[in-house]
Write a protein that binds this ligand. Structure first.
Ligand code: G1P
Length: 304
């Protein structure tokens, strides 16, 4: 197929959630700002968007989310103090987050679900395909996923979602996809989607993980999507309608594909997984890793 599709340059990051699983840490601090080693979780997500070529980032925020805006902005006082001390290393670390991407913010107002959060991006995104990255899902920077999804979307058009095989006992925590194979071993075509299926009703063990490249037709569908599971407007339900419209034919809406991810992913919204992410990423850091690994080995063999 030689058809060309509009280039993708915009990323949307919903970040309006309350972070109740991390209370009391998240009483006055957004959960997205919790550090993973020495960077807030959200910075990994913005870096992931940028490394997939998307440098226009819109965050969907809410009350108490000002620290997110401050983190991706300049902090002249701190920069001034660090340069007076001649601390070039830390100065560079501080400037990294403000130089990453062109940041935009919009508030969700009423928290009416993920689908509603994505709909808040409509005026900014316009009529181009765009990416959505959920802040709770941290994809290991060495296992690029979004870049592959963008590549598939540019070839096939339509929308692309990220899927991952999970233990069938866990599938009720995710959106779940029924799929059929394509000529690419890591790409499937999505035929059905169910948000958080009840035990025994999941069409597969393929879970949606928080990365999406979406056709802008999603906005019109979201406007008409009734609240679903949990009384919230579900993004999964709207993507299901995109897939249906395509499969029914006679519609200009493109297909929905899934990229099946086999790399490392951490759910930083879950306390256990959050700790695992920190340990793994700390072990692999050049500066902290050698000493931390040695300590961890001693800790596991002698104290556990
Ligand atoms: C959301 C989506 C769900 C997806 C999950 C991935 O759920 O609604 O389809 O599987 O993110 O992390 P949430 O975890 O926000 O309840």
């Amino acid at each position: 197929m030689t058809q060309s599709h509009p280039r993708i340059s915009k990323a949307v990051i919903p970040a309006a959630g309350l972070g109740t699983r991390f209370l009391p840490a998240t009483k006055a601090t957004p959960k997205e700002m919790l550090p993973v080693v020495d960077k807030p979780a959200i910075q990994y997500v913005v870096e992931e968007a940028v490394s997939a070529g998307l440098s226009d980032v819109l965050m969907i925020t809410g009350r108490n989310k000002r620290p997110l805006e401050d983190h991706f902005d300049r902090n002249y006082e701190l920069e001034e103090a660090l340069s007076r001390k001649g601390d070039a290393g830390r100065l560079a670390r501080v400037q990294e987050s403000s130089d990453l991407a062109t940041m935009h913010y919009v508030r969700q107002g009423d928290p009416r679900g993920l689908g509603h959060a994505v709909l808040c991006a409509a005026p900014h995104v316009g009529d181009q395909p765009f990416a959505v990255l959920l802040g709770d899902d941290l994809i290991d920077p060495r296992d690029p996923l979004l870049a592959r999804m963008v590549e598939v979307q540019q070839r096939e058009g339509g929308s692309v979602i990220a899927l991952m095989e999970v233990d069938p006992a866990q599938i009720h925590q995710y959106g779940c996809a029924a799929v059929k194979p394509t000529g690419d071993s890591d790409v499937v075509q999505v035929t059905d989607l169910v948000e958080k299926p009840e035990a025994g009703e999941a069409p597969s063990n393929l879970a949606i993980i928080g990365r999406y490249v979406l056709d802008p037709a999603i906005f019109g569908i979201l406007r008409e999507t009734e609240p679903g599971r949990g009384g919230e407007i579900q993004l999964t339900d709207a993507i299901q309608k995109l897939a249906d419209a395509h499969l029914a034919g006679g519609s200009s809406v493109g297909p929905v594909h899934g990229v099946v991810f086999k790399g490392r992913r951490y759910d930083t919204g879950d306390r256990g997984d959050y700790l695992r992410a920190i340990v793994r990423l700390a072990c692999e850091r050049e500066d902290l890793g050698p000493e931390f690994r040695a300590w961890l080995r001693r800790f596991v063999t002698e104290e556990m």
